[in-house]
Design a protein around this ligand. Structure first.
Ligand SMILES: *Cc1c(COP(=O)(O)O)cnc(C)c1O
Length: 336
């Protein structure tokens, strides 16, 4: 057994037993193999290094109440990774291959999955890179898909604590018809400076507006925007430059199950004043409640505790993760 203090895990890289690697060459994928190395041997002119021909995913495996290990909606990540890859002229990733890769690597690292009750999970990070030397700009012919895993703790140790967000006025995240809807590393490199700007002013997260007009809410730096209106409706932007979050998709479904109306529509900045609850959602944290949003000299407050609707949604999705609540939509995939 690895010597890990499950209660002190954070969301950060940690070496585990193995990762799994598949190679695309001559127009097809190989059968993949587990590797115990934490390094890759790359050509210095590889297309991923120079021109960012790279994309990634993030999903989690959980130790459930009944002792089984299950992965949350990996079929969704498979489809999103394939769509992202095609968008940057990479190869398609067959869903069955992706699911098999996840099963193999999770199984091989089963001892690194935080036990039930610790609130932790095994974070699964697929990475796709173009590996051919390219100095003239064109897509690579060869690719490497690596799936690495690492145990992570709950983002919020002492319960869910709301954080403050700063609206970006001098930075945009993604162009309206650009790459905001795909999970490419370049979006994150471009987001480092705005995130630093917000952090240096005391805001853990930043909120981007739509790049074309700056009149509508787009998304937080690394997570989708969700709001609960005063009359209890779940609202989230239907922008084409935000990442289609699987967490958001799941929360919308659970909201509907609870009888909470769901609206996907443009959210004007002025509406921030009308919302009762605001949250940021994504796989790493599930939901981060927002206590306050600052936009220039205006500010909007949502309370210093997680609001009741977001709390119910948080409990509903985490209950499914750990097999404490019935998985009515068949979101969990068994390992083995
Ligand atoms: C990954 C990501 C999210 C969250 O997506 P999930 O599928 O819920 O993890 C949200 N916004 C951005 C920009 C992302 O890259």
């Amino acid at each position: 057994m690895p010597n890990i203090n499950w209660n002190e895990l954070e969301f950060q890289y940690m070496p585990t037993k193995s990762n799994i690697r598949y190679t695309w060459s001559d127009g097809k994928w190989d059968d993949g193999a587990l590797s115990t190395s934490s390094n890759v041997n790359l050509h210095i002119a590889a297309s991923c290094l120079h021109y960012g021909q790279e994309c990634f995913e993030g999903l989690k495996a959980f130790s459930c109440k009944d002792g089984a290990v299950r992965v949350f909606r990996p079929d969704e990540n498979a489809r999103r990774l394939s769509a992202t890859s095609l968008h940057i002229m990479g190869p398609p990733i067959p869903e069955e291959m992706f699911l098999d890769a996840v099963r193999r690597v999770v199984k091989d690292n089963i001892e690194f999955i935080p036990p039930y009750g610790t609130q932790g999970s095994l974070y699964i990070r697929p990475l796709l890179i173009g590996t051919n030397p390219r100095i003239g700009i064109s897509p690579s012919d060869e690719y490497l898909l690596i799936i690495m895993v690492m145990p992570v703790g709950p983002y919020y140790k002492g319960g869910i604590t709301p954080v403050e967000a700063l609206v970006m006025e001098d930075f945009d995240r993604a162009a309206p018809k650009g790459t905001g809807h795909v999970k490419v590393g370049g979006n994150y490199a471009a987001g480092l400076k705005p995130a630093k700007f917000a952090k240096s002013r005391g805001f853990p997260i930043n909120l981007f507006l739509d790049s074309a007009t700056h009149k509508y809410v787009d998304e937080f730096g690394t997570s989708n925007f969700i709001g609960i209106t005063k009359d209890g409706t779940y609202v989230t932007p239907n922008s084409n430059s935000t990442l289609p979050s699987i967490t958001n998709k799941s929360l919308m479904r659970l909201a509907e199950d609870m009888g909470v109306p769901v609206e996907r529509r443009p959210i004007p900045v002025e509406e921030l004043a009308e919302l009762a609850e605001v949250g940021a959602c994504g796989t790493a944290v599930v939901i981060t409640p927002i206590s306050r949003i600052v936009h220039g000299d205006r500010e909007f407050s949502y309370g210093d505790e997680c609001g009741p609707t977001l709390k119910r949604l948080y409990d509903a999705v985490t209950g499914i993760h750990y097999g404490e609540l019935e998985d009515r939509h068949g979101w969990l995939f068994d390992i083995e």
